[in-house]
Design a protein around this ligand. Sequence first.
Ligand code: SF4
Length: 471
Amino acid sequence: MTETTKQSANTDCLQEQLGYTERVKKLISKRYAQQPLAFVHTYGCQQNVSDSEKIKGLLVSCGYEMTDSSDDADFVLFNTCAVRENAEDRVYGHVGQLKHNKRKKPGMIVALCGCMTQQPTVADKIKRSYPYVDILFGTHVRHRLPEFIYRHLAFQERVFENSDSNNDIVEGLPVVRDGTFKAWLPIMHGCNNFCTYCIVPYVRGREYSREPEAVIEEAKQLIASGVKEIMLLGQNVNSYGKGADHGVNFAKLLRMVNDLEGDFRIRFMTSHPKDCTEELLHTMAECDKVCLNLHLPVQAGSDITLRRMNRHYNSQEYLKLVKTAREIMPDIQLSSDIIVGFPGETYKDFKCTLDLIEQVRYYSLYTFIYSPRKGTPAAEMPDEISYKEKSKWFTELLERQEQISHKINESLVGKTFKVLCEEKGREDGHIIGRTEGNAVIDFCGDESLIGTFTSVQIIEFDGSLKGIKKY
Ligand code: SF4
């Protein structure tokens, strides 16, 4: 398909759905005496949070008002996550509870979407066992929500749509953002990497990037609306633009966003180490609005485990990349994801992870005990270590990381940082600010500072960072 026909297909699709929003509006004005309320609950990652913002935009366009209470809502939607099986069990539990809400309020519409519902087995189970679920749709067709609501309202049909054939990005969807000064900006969807423990490529499909012009246009709108921090999102942002003919890779896109006028900063996630280039590191160093903060998930320190995970790098290559990043940006703060107890991992392998975190000295870690995910290759691998044993390793990892983070925090005392003031502190008259390296500082300040940048000197670390505002 040529770019022009793809663009016009997307425009047609947007227009079609905007047409449905008008039809839904008419139907709900007849059905409800007052403006109906919609409740959206999001499970899982930032990508899902970002998707939910678009879903809320569509619901508001359809005539709903958003509410924080599922009890009051006339439309309840769960945007689900498939990364862990216990997260799926939680969703089933929450959907089960909706049965009572629906009994009390028979006209309530119950909808499910997201990575979990993209799986045909899940969709079948919901269809059979949860007859009060009215609408279910997958990750590839979420822009068609107005059409699904229309079909349900107009024909009383249960709408189940989780086809994976539609991989076009529909631009221009309405959006209701959760935050006022921090915003998610998805630059791509899907993933091509097939790490053996991960379900994402199966439920979100192959990688596809948004056009750079669309990303820049959205960034401009965010900046104009007062957003101070833009998080560029993708499962692997480093492979942005691969296979597209516009010639803009992630480093170039970062530079384009950085060049926009305005007082804001830029973060991005997630970066796959195998695609993290020196060009990107130099770009980060040269772009004043890009935070000196890199989330570079290593997952494990053992080469045997990394191979089984299908991560396409070994520990030496990873450490070399970290060294290069630090040579180019001496003040960069690093963070990572670690999986403890991957199938086949021995204590000796796990010790390699401990050695690696000592060498890298991450500012923070997102740590998980491996849990099998049905449908992935790792779930079929022999796994002989007990959960109890893995939990011991996990505690050892946390303790080691705690010491590293503690030392880094102590080294920040006396330094002054530009922080984005994010929320009220625990004590009255205090504010919490975040540095570009992700250090969180509590300092005396007025609430009116929230959503602005200010300079703060760190004066103490007693388990948390304390600072004073510099004038
Ligand atoms: S890079 Fe690996 S872990 Fe990340 S989304 Fe893709 S398959 Fe999953």
